[in-house]
Design a protein around this ligand. Sequence first.
Ligand code: LMR
Length: 330
Amino acid sequence: MKRVIPMIAGAIALSFSVAAQAQAPITIKFSHVVAEATPKGQGALKFKEAAERLLPGKVQVQVFPSSSLFGDAKELEALLLGDVQLIAPSLSKFDRYTKKVQLFDLPFLFDDLDAVDRFQQGPEGKSLLDSMQKRGLQGLAYWHNGMKQLSTNRDKLERPEDVKGLKFRIQASDVLEAQFRALGANPQKMAFAEVYQALQTGVVDGQENTWSNIYSQKFHEVQKTIANTNHGVIDYMVVTNAKWWNGLPEDIRSGLQKALDEATAHANKLAEELNERDRKLIAEAGRAKIQTLTKEDIAEWRKAMEPVWKKFERDIGQDLIQAALESNNK
Ligand code: LMR
């Protein structure tokens, strides 16, 4: 009898601690590098709201905007180490993990964001979400930001010759590096959080980004001209640690996927609206001039950037490039 009582007490204590564990919400950290008033910033907040609503008491989501937890250089490593559970890097930032996603950086590949969307929702786009599983990364969704514009600290920004010899901040992407080299400019890979200061102090002369990133980071206050080149896209892949994701209880995983679907719809619906709003706010602020380009100007930029395609098409694959091009014609 004496031995039985401690055993029962032990079993009760154990079942209490299992119950307590089962009840403790899973903490999910979502880290990103942009401001909250951007499509990605809004998407992350929507995800938190939806996940905590759909899985009450089961998950707690903490969102860290503006590189406040991890910046560009660290966020993918932190995800693989389990220090953060969700991130949404721009598609330009995966080239150490797969060459295929470099597709999105080919200049003038997509006519507009609708074409990007059609490609992402098609079979080839979807397959890229699974293309980094071997490296421990699981893609869960694409989120839009928008088309990229080019800016410099010079008055004239109409044709490719206007950027010859200038220094440009780029995201960590070999395709973008080749793009600026093709223009005769000097690209410099740099984390997003460092760009404003680099522009302000003249470490670099220019950069490329969406209207929402330019406005929320105040780049227009330290640049003279922004040309509406629309020469490429900045979109995101929401990624998680594959092992962590696959180890989640089924109900949690499917609840999180539902929350992500809501967040994706929300962010993607807002993307064009926020970029358009920020383009107008930049124009109203009157700091940087917005340079409208003619069809002929655009044709010159396209021609100057064309050599980039040859350099990367083998790594990316003709099948993907073809599918992306076809998404322009629907
Ligand atoms: C950049 O580094 O310019 C962008 O990728 C930032 C972002 O996440 O939109």
